[in-house]
Design a protein around this ligand. Sequence first.
Ligand SMILES: *Cc1c(COP(=O)(O)O)cnc(C)c1O
Length: 364
Amino acid sequence: MKIMPNRMDYGYLKYQKEFEEKALSVLRSGWYVLGKEVQTFEERFASYTGAGYCVGLASGLDALWIAVRLLGIGPGDEVLVQGNTYIASVMGITINGATPVFVEPDAYYQIDADKIEEKITDRTKAVMVVHLYGHVADMDKITRICQKHHLKLIEDCAQSHGALYKGQMTGTFGDVGCFSFYPSKNLGAFGDAGAIVTGSPDLAGDARVFRNYGSEKRYYNKVVGANSRLDELQAGLLNVRLTHMQEITDERRQLAERYSRGLHQKNLILPAQRPDTDSVWHQYVVRTKRRSELTAWLDSKGIGTLIHYPIPPHLSQAYRDLGYVKGDLPITENYADTVLSLPFYTGMTEAELEVTIDCINSFI
Ligand SMILES: *Cc1c(COP(=O)(O)O)cnc(C)c1O
């Protein structure tokens, strides 16, 4: 049996009829950008998260950099962000000319709240929390630190749609929550899409203007903006998927539980959830010092795995100008060298799960 690390077709086939009907209805509507599907999605996603406002954008990266920009963060400013993130979080900062300052992660792969304050300087303007792998950062501590030091709080929720901290949804703790709906995310579109959520009507209004060339009224431009509009087709398909979000999340939680119960492999460190949080399990990530041997073993059995992420942003070629060297962030670097994402997706079959677990358990 061949098992891929991710399958996006299964998630489509599960609701195929609904997706296809929606796509046809948008195609036939004659209206393709910023219409009623986008408006409906924004209202529904705002209410789903409990945020107040949602503004649809063209991608998760756009959500990040536009949020940073609209919070007034730019050259000379520092933003604290965890070292072990997808590089888009960091680009959301540096596109604006601001400087990322990396904080080491905790045992749950989230920014270590106890290591934030030591990195604050008089240039620090914000903390960007990334709820990596669908797990949740220590939001009580982080919101307290942000209030105490008058820092903005940005949440990168590209992997955490629906994840909860003490019953409250990620994305709603700070100034702005940034979401990606890239096809492989828990709430995925069929192309690029993103959004911000916020409790601030002013920030939401600014984002609405910014995403559309800085204009509120056609051909009257208030600011130099961008073209970062969520299109009707993606919004319509997201409306379909959002209807099933509880089912999608429940399934991921069951898959994670099955992995955690079934895996008996002394070479692996299994993922755990922080107390008082409900992960949405964007990935099922284990750690092992024998990663290359294990991946080779699984590969020989037809089982694909992924590494999220092999090169941490501070050591990426793209950021060599920041001047970091190997050894600067030992925990981050250790995670990059040892993490492994097991096959994990909506529609994963019983057989696929069993075979994967058996193969891992039989690795010596
Ligand atoms: C996917 C992702 C992004 C970027 O989203 P895009 O829609 O691909 O631009 C940002 N941050 C994290 C943590 C992600 O996983």
